[in-house]
Design a protein around this ligand. Sequence first.
Ligand code: TYD
Length: 129
Amino acid sequence: MLVALEVDRNVPFEIRRVYYLFATADGVRRGGHAHRHLNQLAVTVRGSVTFVLDDGSGPVEVVLDDPSRGLLIGSMVWREMHDFSADCVLMVLADQLYDPDDYITDYARFLDEAGRRAYPRRLAACRGH
Ligand code: TYD
């Protein structure tokens, strides 16, 4: 099998960084943060991992175990990963270089920032009706 990842064809952003995780020890949980601006596409090139995603409205669990499918994670989504299989190779494409200032690592702060961003959107939606 061969999978090609191409900007604008199946990757909806300009790729500025690629990183990958592998040899994750049994029982390890990763993530535990959101990004203010970063967009990412995650692909398990091998093995499986469970993502827990939360945009502020509650957690959604996604098992990623198919190298022909990608998980798009937009900005302002809290993410945690667990249950890495021993053989898991998780590749992540990103539209920005690594920037520690883009991270939100405190969940309460994430909810606060997400709520403040959602409020003007909800207000705009209300005005439309
Ligand atoms: P982090 O984003 O917290 O990883 P995860 O969400 O998988 O737990 O990054 C872990 C460490 O790696 C942290 O010290 C920052 C460093 N890092 C880089 O230097 N460059 C990168 O592109 C990434 C993603 C992390």
